[in-house]
Ligand binder design. Structure first.
Ligand SMILES: Cc1cc2nc3c(=O)[nH]c(=O)nc-3n(C[C@H](O)[C@H](O)[C@H](O)COP(=O)(O)OP(=O)(O)OC[C@H]3O[C@@H](n4cnc5c(N)ncnc54)[C@H](O)[C@@H]3O)c2cc1C
Length: 418
């Protein structure tokens, strides 16, 4: 145990330096409180590193929506690129599955869409402000996000457009010619498209988190690299036990993404957190055939995003244990299909795997732990955590300071499950 670490104090300790933790720590500093951010790795090295980099204005409909029921028979075959699942995991986690599917009803659409709309709106505002402050504005592209269908899916595209419009989210319906005009370098395989015009994307999500972490340090925050072993109430505050010592604070924020539930179990909280795992692989782009924006191939169930290192192809969902060995079946399935859309060269680096942390209602937990004062929960941001990290963190900072968050946190409060 190092003496240097033991005994150190701050007003707030944030656990986990993904997009959520870095954002929480920065927002805490902005409110004038002292903060220490702890992670065993460099900021933005895990889930916040390997995502598709989309800052999505329109992801207000979670995956567990009524249309999921129609897709279930196909998903049961375990061959679809959108979803692979491990039967033994499903048996062990039947309770989570029942609750997740229980939210896929018509009556549960609008309350969750309204909640996510508030969170996303507040978060995009912060991203656009912070990325400039962090000197990383060159990484953001305001070119939208294209969802594209190979079939004649105009009706589906129109339905989605009308739904988004109800929340004031703009999008444009495109036919084959309009898609070619927008993305001249792709093969014209798509008949219909919906361009989410208010969505942005970045060319390296990991680098953006790192830039926000530098901004935190610049504002007087501290970052420590250490393995977090446990947290325990300590007088008026909290003691955080690290591999190399222990530190304490009045407030502790748990922002450990897919690892968040582990640390809370000894305190008596059984968090129903599951892992929607996903993969990416990057490929050398052909500079003469570049992509302008992320494209979601709706029927192929994959995404292609132009990134700093190359074209990043990301997969759908694999439902299994967080740490189960990787299976590259989905990547193997979608990469040849992606090659049929845009020309790219050999792979750059190794395939990457991450775990989207998801609660049964697909809403993150943002707020105080119900039975412990000074303990704050900020995780479960599922498929849109890179988008929603800043406002998730800023809401926690506001609540710690006794100020109102920028959006309605009611639907996200942890006491709905704990
Ligand atoms: C394939 C894929 C594509 C995605 N695409 C998008 C997208 O385009 N747009 C979008 O908005 N979202 C996307 N997401 C979702 C998004 O990436 C996540 O929701 C988000 O990154 C979660 O951030 P986080 O800060 O909660 O977790 P993380 O980034 O995982 O951070 C948690 C941190 O906790 C640390 N940690 C854990 N345990 C310990 C410990 N014991 N001691 C010390 N440190 C510890 C880890 O090292 C890690 O840095 C995607 C996800 C995947 C998998």
């Amino acid at each position: 145990m190092s003496d240097r670490v033991t005994g150190q104090k701050a007003e707030v300790i944030v656990l986990g330096a993904g997009i959520v933790g870095v954002s929480a720590a920065y927002a805490v500093r902005q409110r004038g409180l002292s903060v220490i951010l702890i992670d065993r790795r460099e900021p933005g090295s895990e889930t916040s590193y390997g995502n598709a980099g989309i800052l999505s204005s329109g992801s207000i409909l979670p995956l567990n929506k009524p249309s999921l029921w129609r897709a279930l028979p196909t998903y049961m075959t375990n061959r679809h690129a959108a979803l692979r699942w491990d039967p033994s995991w499903a048996i062990r986690n039947i309770d989570w599955l029942v609750r997740f599917l229980g939210n896929a009803t018509t009556s549960r659409i609008r309350p969750r869409a309204a909640a996510l709309h508030g969170l996303i709106g507040a978060s995009l505002k912060l991203h656009r402000e912070w990325i400039v402050k962090a000197d990383a504005a060159q990484r953001i592209r305001e070119t939208g996000w294209l969802k594209a269908w190979r079939s004649d899916a105009v009706a589906a595209a129109k339905e989605e457009q009308a739904f988004l419009a109800e929340y004031g989210i703009a999008s444009q319906l495109l036919d084959r010619q309009a898609i070619s005009a927008l993305e001249p370098n792709i093969v014209p395989v798509y008949k219909a498209g919906l361009l989410h015009t208010e969505t942005a994307s970045v060319d390296s999500p990991g680098a953006v988190v790192m830039a926000y972490a530098r901004m935190l340090v610049g504002s007087g925050g501290e970052i420590r690299q250490s393995d977090i072993k446990a947290i325990a109430p300590d007088g008026e505050g909290w003691r955080v036990v690290l591999a190399d010592g222990a530190i304490s604070a009045r407030h502790v924020v748990v922002a450990l993404g897919p690892w968040s539930a582990d640390l809370l179990r000894p305190l008596g909280y059984r968090v129903p957190l599951a892992f929607e795992r996903g993969y990416h692989r990057e490929f050398k782009p052909n500079p003469a055939r570049s992509l302008q924006r992320p494209i979601h191939d709706a029927e192929g169930s994959f995404l292609m995003t132009p990134m700093e290192q190359g074209i990043r192809v990301t997969t759908g969902v694999e439902l299994t244990a967080r740490d189960a060995p990787s299976s590259f079946a989905q990547l193997d399935q979608v990469v040849p299909v992606a090659r049929g859309v845009v020309e790219f060269g050999e792979a750059v680096g190794e395939p990457w795997r991450g775990a989207r942390p998801t609660l049964p209602d697909s809403l993150p937990m943002i707020g105080p732990a119900p039975r412990h004062s000074g303990l704050w929960l900020a995780f479960g941001n599922q498929h849109i955590g890179f988008t929603t990290g800043p406002a998730t963190g800023a809401a926690i900072a506001a609540m710690i300071a006794g100020a109102p968050p920028a959006f309605d946190v009611g639907p996200f409060l942890p006491n709905r499950y704990l």
